[in-house]
Design a protein around this ligand. Sequence first.
Ligand code: IPD
Length: 295
Amino acid sequence: MKPSGEDRAARAGGPWEECFEAAVQLALRAGQIIRKALSEEKRVSTKTSAVDLVTETDQAVEALILSELQERFPSHRFIAEEAAAAGAKCVLTPSPTWIVDPIDGTCNFVHRFPTVAVSIGFAVNQELEFGVIYHCTEERLYTGQRGRGAFCNGQQLQVSGRQVGHAPFTDLSKALVLTEIGPRRDPATLKLFLSNMERLLRTGAHGVRVIGSSTLALCHLASGAADAYYQFGLHCWDLAAATVIIREAGGIVMDTSGGPLDLMACRVVAAGTREMATLVAQALQTINYGRDDER
Ligand code: IPD
């Protein structure tokens, strides 16, 4: 009997190795398309708000990724940003499920601000197995596979506060914190967003940064270039791949309530240490964006 794809993959390094390799190849291909399109004219439309943008490149890249994956893995399920915007349900079942953001940082992309990424996460039995994020302009490929570490262009990643021989870094007053604004601009949401930022700054945090891409901000955290991240208003496709990468780099990803991460809850706190994540969570007021699986 000929060995199946799964048999071959299992021998090569794990049951989902073939899927992981497919994700890497597709992220690189998608990255090439996005890099080229960055400097070209774009057709821009809006989705849930006037600042929630989509372009023909988001749609083309998502179509490419989904069609290739559907052909290779016909029994798998898919959650993807632009399909969700068109009305597809976001339901994470125990089946192998791909969670795709074709361009994270679409607003950056529209403005030619070169901080844009492709993000592909993969879950089985509702557990995240691997994540692949490609920083399209800097050509940095971030990967994480459950139990097998996190890497950027082959170099192993480690969050801050975990260096051998150092006490865990838990001092929010010396931390560099990242966040993103989210898609709403109504006065009540803005007031809460700014008040959360003020609360963090009042702790004495060295800085709070907003770079316009949740996935790449989370990759900076995984790389140890920042100490904590929080956000209300992001989606499962912003979070899935990055969560594996951060966990495999030794970090913590959790709900803003301080409880376990809920991928569908549109909110997150992540940090190098649980102590740091808890301090950030305690400083925040909740902004309710609803749930991805209830839209
Ligand atoms: C968005 C970006 C943005 C963040 C939003 C995300 P998109 O993703 O990461 O920085 O504030 O919450 O949804 O729309 O560019 O894929």
